[in-house]
Design a protein around this ligand. Structure first.
Ligand SMILES: CC(C)(COP(=O)(O)OP(=O)(O)OC[C@H]1O[C@@H](n2cnc3c(N)ncnc32)[C@H](O)[C@@H]1OP(=O)(O)O)[C@@H](O)C(=O)NCCC(=O)NCCS
Length: 432
């Protein structure tokens, strides 16, 4: 398989263009937020994210510490002594490819409505990248307001879910929920232990603190169910919805986590057994669950035909973007690689914001782990840092990146393509 795309030039990255235009204004002063900033922060975020928490709720949240981190994670941008923006740099841990990576969750990026489109948002993101690298974070994840904005800063879209709506009887008779019980407050530690086991083996789930668990389990509108005798082997967090007609009564499955096939089937069996009461199940499956194959009627209830004789089955939804903050650490600390013979290749990245990431590098893969040193090797894979994040996550294969003109290679890239292949989709259940 030859994956050579001769003579192709990568498009100028938006990051390069944006950097060229930076410096045409007074840079903001960006500093750690303090307790005395809480009122300003609450007001700024309430105006920037209307319809979410009120100012009062935000003040309380900031005073008592947030779900993913407290005031110490907040940064403030000032110009002329006035608060013009703020962001959060959460210090999280993300499991990918057998490694627990330090990850910055970038959140609550907000610019005062009287200071927008003057570069403050971008400056804060560049600052966040520096803050995260200085404290040793290797990855960063965010949920974008607009992907193109963060693409120009080096984040790439990663992760996809298939949002299914289906009738519970479509699952067939699978155990009728035997072995599934409602979780109580005493089950939190066992549920967390089940999640930890599953998460450590995933491509994307984060480590959850007790505070994160409380936000998932202590919400009045959600209920948890679990399966497993001596230990919890699977659990589900659901919300019962309302409808105007009995035949539309919904069940929203917020998350379903199982450590083995039997536990997964038991939880689906419980859903199937609700068929006389809950009529439309909402479940967002990872593509590698191959969920349509579990449903006798995968087509969405009440669907409008697609094309002529096709039908919609699920809606594709996308959320997070991933950035590699430290390329060398990401590659060298990665434990799980696709089985590949030892090999060397060159890697040349385009990263205008973090020159240390650019290389060129020589990557030596010894059969289980890889080392990265400055130098040249052939074939050399060249790609923007945002596309490298997608390749690293398994969102795009090397072959696909070449085919799309997002990467180029001066030789046969088959072995590099094989090395970066993943057997599980990027999946992240927490939103920040
Ligand atoms: C989203 C948000 C943070 C952006 O902040 P901002 O300070 O306006 O962002 P920037 O000025 O850095 O960039 C916005 C655009 O203005 C452009 N711009 C910046 N300075 C400029 C200038 N002097 N002249 C012309 N254009 C300029 C940027 O190039 C960028 O262009 P793009 O549309 O091609 O990406 C801000 O609109 C906001 O707070 N929104 C509400 C909250 C929100 O949605 N937050 C995002 C959470 S993920």
């Amino acid at each position: 398989m030859a994956l050579h795309t001769p003579g192709r030039k990568l498009p100028a990255t938006p990051a390069r263009l944006a950097i060229a235009s930076a410096g045409t204004h007074d840079p903001a002063m960006i500093r750690n937020a303090e307790h005395t900033d809480i009122d300003d922060l609450a007001g700024l975020w309430a105006r920037a994210f209307p319809g979410e928490r009120t100012v009062e709720q935000r003040v309380l949240h900031l005073e008592t510490g947030g779900v993913f981190g407290g005031i110490e994670t907040a940064w403030i941008a000032e110009r002329g002594g006035r608060v013009t923006g703020a962001y959060r740099a959460y210090a999280l841990t993300q499991h990918m490819h057998g490694t627990a990576f330090r990850m910055m969750g970038l959140a609550s990026v907000a610019v005062d409505e009287t200071a927008r489109r003057r570069g403050v948002g971008r400056e804060m993101c560049e600052h966040a990248i520096r803050v995260a690298r200085e404290r040793g974070d290797v990855l960063s994840v965010l949920y974008p307001f607009r992907p193109s904005f963060y693409l120009s800063l080096g984040w790439g879209m990663a992760g996809e879910m298939q949002a299914y709506r289906f009738r519970p009887e479509s699952l067939g008779e699978i155990g009728r929920g035997a072995g599934v019980r409602r979780a109580g407050p005493d089950d939190t530690a066992a549920i967390a232990a089940c999640y930890d086991t599953v998460a450590a083996d995933t491509n994307g789930l984060i480590a959850r603190t007790p505070r994160i668990w409380r936000s998932h389990l202590e919400d009045d509108s959600t209920h948890a169910y679990l399966t497993g005798v001596e230990a919890v082997r699977g659990y589900m967090i659901v919300r019962f919805g309302r409808s105007s007609t009995p035949d539309d009564k919904p069940l929203f499955v917020r998350e379903l986590v199982a450590s083995d096939h039997d536990a997964y089937d038991a939880l689906l069996g419980w859903i199937s057994a609700q068929r006389d009461s809950l009529r439309i199940i909402h479940y967002d499956a990872a593509p590698d669950e191959r969920f349509a194959h579990r449903l006798s009627e995968p087509r969405t209830p009440g669907f409008q035909p697609a094309r002529y004789l096709w039908a919609p089955v699920a809606r594709v939804i996308r959320g997070p973007m991933l950035r590699i903050l430290d390329v060398k650490a990401a590659i060298e600390r990665r434990v799980r690689w696709s089985p590949t013979a030892p090999m060397s290749f060159g890697l040349h990245l385009i990263d205008d914001l973090v020159p240390e990431n650019e290389g060129p590098f020589e990557v030596d893969f010894g059969g289980s782990r890889a080392t990265v040193k400055r130098g040249a090797a052939r074939p050399t894979l060249q790609l923007p840092i945002s596309v490298f994040a997608q390749v690293f996550a398994g969102e795009l294969s090397v072959r696909e990146a070449l085919m799309l003109g997002l990467a180029e290679c001066d030789g046969d890239a088959s072995a590099i393509d094989a090395l970066f292949r993943v057997d599980r989709c990027f999946r992240l259940l927490d939103e920040f």
